[in-house]
Design a protein around this ligand. Structure first.
Ligand code: SAM
Ligand code: SF4
Length: 341
């Protein structure tokens, strides 16, 4: 059977010192480069980005490099550059290049709304980015414009093709499940992945502090999709190490895969392998935690690395066993753009 995009194997020679009280090991850092964004996704920033003058500035290139070097000393080897929209930063390429040169970092992925993908895919690949996730919630042009505030679906799809041509070793699509989009699009989706070796991953809509009303109206579980896939002859694949929380399905008639990320399903947090650093320098142990641990004061000089490592290690025991979304608590997270979804 055609297995579609090749899963990336974890290095076997790394010393992984980042382990929490529940035996979970952390090899993966999601790094938010900015909380700014040019889109207005209905579930994230429906009014668009609004500057909060009370916040400290975004981490600089040098602060980012020192932060990543500290985590890499503890065996962490995989990064995701996210935001906000990470590519609104004019130094995005320079950051990717810096981070790909940090000792121990083996893999850099990025998540983007794709608005610059067509023109920049090759440059980002050359700058050291290995994999790209593009957000496309619907393949219906009008609905895309309604959800994101931008009539740019054709441009984003062109960007996905540019990413495939540029030789990224994985191209994935993130697609948030919403009740109002349910009746549409299954055939369009199958057409999209028939010849494209992309992994299309549905993500259950998560409640945040700002989107409670929207979530109440729009949230829908992924079970129906899993059932549809099974009935259509799609086979669930074994999860590769470091591959994250998606359950992926393959079908011999399709180059692409379909995956499901179901944060509300039981045991979702048991295999959590990720930590997050916000664009303002706070280490977040959970996407839906109460507050972060500030690292910025230890990112000012290279000689502070031992103290940085000690602070990261001291923070880990506070990582909760699981998020409390089921109880209606999204911690202190107003929207995912704020700490890097
Ligand atoms: N701006 C980039 C983008 O949209 O791809 C990166 C940041 S965005 C916060 C990262 C991912 O989180 C996107 O795929 C987005 O669709 C998803 N996301 C944002 N808010 C969400 C929510 N409330 N529930 C589920 N996924 C969400
Ligand atoms: Fe921007 Fe991404 Fe949030 Fe959409 S999901 S508003 S593109 S940060």
């Amino acid at each position: 059977m055609d297995q579609g995009p090749t899963p990336f194997a974890a290095p076997t020679d790394r010393r992984l010192a980042l382990e929490d009280s529940f035996g979970r090991r952390f090899e993966y850092l999601r790094l938010s480069l900015t909380d700014r964004c040019n889109f207005r996704c209905s579930y994230c920033l429906p009014q668009g980005y609004r500057k909060d003058a009370s916040l400290p500035p975004e981490l600089s290139r040098h602060e980012l490099r020192r932060a990543v070097a500290g985590f890499a000393r503890l065996g962490l080897w995989k990064l995701r550059l996210t935001g906000g929209e990470p590519t609104v930063r004019s130094d995005f390429e320079a950051i990717a290049r810096d981070l790909s040169g940090v000792e121990g970092i083996r893999r850099i992925a990025m998540t983007t709304n794709g608005y610059r993908l067509t023109e920049r895919a090759e440059t980002w690949r050359e700058a050291g980015v290995h994999a790209v996730n593009v957000s496309i919630d619907t393949l219906d042009r009008e609905n895309f414009a309604r959800v994101t505030g931008h009539d740019r679906l054709p441009q984003i799809v062109e960007g996905v093709d540019a990413a495939l041509d540029a030789g990224f070793d994985a191209v994935k699509v993130n697609s948030v499940l919403m009740r109002s989009l349910e009746p549409e699009g299954w055939d369009k989706l199958l057409g999209f992945i028939a010849a494209r070796p992309v992994s299309w991953r549905f993500i259950e809509l998560m409640r945040t502090n700002d989107n409670a009303g929207f979530h109440r109206l729009q949230a829908t579980a992924g079970d129906a999709i899993a059932e549809k896939l099974r009935q259509g002859g799609w086979t669930p694949l074994d999860r590769a190490t470091g591959s994250g929380p998606a359950v992926e399905y393959a079908h011999p008639g399709f180059a692409g895969r379909i995956g499901l990320i179901a944060p509300y399903s039981p045991g979702f947090c048991d295999s959590c392998n990720r930590l997050r650093l916000s664009s303002r320098g706070k280490l977040h142990l959970c996407l839906f935690g109460e507050h972060g641990v500030d690292l910025r004061d230890l990112l000012q000089e290279d000689r502070q690395q031992d103290d940085l490592v000690a602070r990261i290690l001291a923070a880990l025991p506070a990582k909760p066993r699981a998020h409390r979304l089921h109880e209606g608590s999204s911690g202190s997270t107003p929207h995912l753009a704020s700490i890097g979804g």
